[in-house]
Design a binder for this molecule. Structure first.
Ligand SMILES: NC(=O)c1ccc[n+]([C@@H]2O[C@H](COP(=O)([O-])OP(=O)(O)OC[C@H]3O[C@@H](n4cnc5c(N)ncnc54)[C@H](OP(=O)(O)O)[C@@H]3O)[C@@H](O)[C@H]2O)c1
Length: 162
């Protein structure tokens, strides 16, 4: 299973329930990768989406322990239930937030990472894959700039599990 995430230079991913710095290029990258796919998303991150609604053009699997019905989404009340629901789709991305990345981390084999060369205050973090010997940066694009902020797109892969 894949994940997609934008990380700041300290591997921070958000603060106070939202992303303090968002780049248009990263949003476009996210849309291109996840279009038509299933996405597994935490209830808190979904509430930070436009209108607090599931994403259009994707099969949203929202994880919550609450007894919710969410229009435009399938609801999973556990990690296992989300994995079960995701299995029927050809492609599924784990899209956060922090608690969801943490719980699905053992199932991840590839992570599409936008590295943003800034370190705004964060209270949510993605695991530092540069410090994890089980992971390797398989591809890194050129550093680009948007509004004076440097960023690049990277693909990290888990090394052979054997
Ligand atoms: N930089 C990025 O690419 C990126 C991407 C996504 C999110 N973020 C950031 O991440 C932060 C949010 O992360 P977060 O950890 O606070 O919230 P979250 O992971 O989005 O959502 C947490 C909620 O998901 C539900 N949940 C989690 N694990 C579950 C499980 N195993 N079974 C059932 N329900 C489960 C619970 O909902 P209930 O409370 O309803 O039970 C829990 O309160 C924000 O700052 C956001 O901006 C950053």
């Amino acid at each position: 299973m894949d994940a997609i995430v934008a990380v700041y230079s300290d591997w921070g991913i958000g603060d106070g329930g939202t992303q303090p710095v968002v780049l248009h290029a990263d949003r476009a990258h996210f849309r291109a990768y996840t279009a038509g796919a299933a996405v597994i998303v935490g209830r808190k991150t979904m509430e930070d989406f436009p209108g607090g609604r599931p994403l259009k053009g994707r099969h949203n699997i929202v994880v919550t322990r609450q007894n919710l019905t969410i229009e435009g989404a399938e609801v999973a009340r556990s990690t296992d239930e989300a994995l079960f629901l995701a299995a029927k789709y050809d492609k599924c991305y784990v899209i956060g937030g922090a608690s969801v990345f943490r719980q699905f981390f053992p199932y991840l084999d590839r992570v599409e990472i936008t590295k943003i060369d800034l370190a705004p205050r964060s209270d949510s973090f993605f695991p530092d894959l540069d410090a994890d010997p089980d992971w390797v940066c398989a591809a890194q694009g050129d550093w680009q700039e948007e509004d004076g902020i440097r960023f690049c797109f990277c693909t990290y892969e888990r090394k052979d599990r054997n």
